[in-house]
Design a protein around this ligand. Structure first.
Ligand code: ZN
Length: 279
């Protein structure tokens, strides 16, 4: 489905372009919604703009400030050859955010991927990640602001941990969709919300005979097997819990009284993990 683009006008742009060859991703390092970013660009005194602003609020909706055929003011000498997007992040994200923190903003990343695909379709710029020398030379494709070097203003966004590979997979539609859980799994656990954490409690009878747990969503997660008092085992599944995870002997889950799966979404939103006991 096409992105809904909410128009917020600005006078900070050049008419036309010099032949677009770059799709450039930035982080706003301040405004955390497309509305706030649009209001910032709307002030002529700020002398800055971007084509669109992409936040983590609503899947499928972004802000648009400069039309595609005109040139925004955000990457110095690259402006006339680029179509550009700001990811709405707090100050310090480009240097401070880990890969997992970026991945926790899945709505923003998916909106960004949709924007890349739509711009690629409209302009013919390929969904190919460029090296800095290609981006600063004559390459046609996708890059971050940091890849433009001094020629593009000498900025560091989106940063070293930005998951460009994941966003590009989404943009090209090559990301494997996790298989839907079987119907009977719908009722087999209950979810407790504690602060920013969702805890899935799975009755032990569903774990009998299983030595693997499978979580369908790339969120950080812990699996806690509760045995008799004092013998609980905690297994940290790490940043990407989408792969099957062995529960090692002698802690066979068939002997556990309960299995708790805790999914941490970071900011408390977007908890989409599901549980399956399939092997
Ligand atoms: Zn930038």
């Amino acid at each position: 489905m096409a992105l809904k683009r909410v128009w917020i006008s600005t006078s900070n742009y050049y008419n036309g372009n010099n032949g677009r060859r770059l799709l450039v991703l930035h982080s706003s390092e301040g405004a955390q919604s497309y509305q706030d970013l649009g209001n910032f660009f709307a002030h002529g005194t700020n002398q800055a703009s971007s084509h669109v602003g992409i936040d983590d609020k609503v899947r499928g909706t972004i802000g648009e400030y400069v039309k595609r055929n005109n040139s925004a003011w955000t990457a110095q000498n690259a402006n006339m050859v680029a179509v550009q997007a700001e990811l709405c992040t707090p100050s310090g994200a480009s240097q401070g955010w880990s890969r997992q923190t970026w991945l926790n903003h899945d709505t923003m990343l998916r909106n960004a991927a949709d924007w890349l695909r739509e711009e690629s379709n409209a302009t013919g710029i390929p969904l190919t990640v460029l090296t800095p020398s290609q981006a600063q030379g004559s390459g046609r494709g996708v890059c971050q602001h940091k890849d433009l070097g001094q020629w593009g203003g000498g900025h560091t966004d989106c940063g070293p941990n930005f998951p460009m590979d994941y966003v590009m997979e989404l943009a090209k539609g090559t990301t494997q969709q996790p298989p839907p859980p079987p119907e009977e799994l719908e009722d087999m656990f209950n979810v407790q919300f504690v602060g920013s954490t969702a805890r899935l409690v799975i009755p032990v009878q569903y774990c009998k005979g299983k030595s693997k747990l499978c979580l369908a969503s790339p969120v950080s997660a812990q699996v806690r097997l509760q045995f008799s008092a004092g013998k609980d085992v905690t297994r940290d599944l790490g940043g990407d819990a989408s792969q099957n995870t062995d529960i090692p002997e002698p802690n066979n889950p068939a002997n556990a009284q309960t299995v708790l799966v805790t999914l941490n979404s970071g900011n408390g939103s977007g908890i989409t993990g599901s549980y399956s006991d399939r092997t």
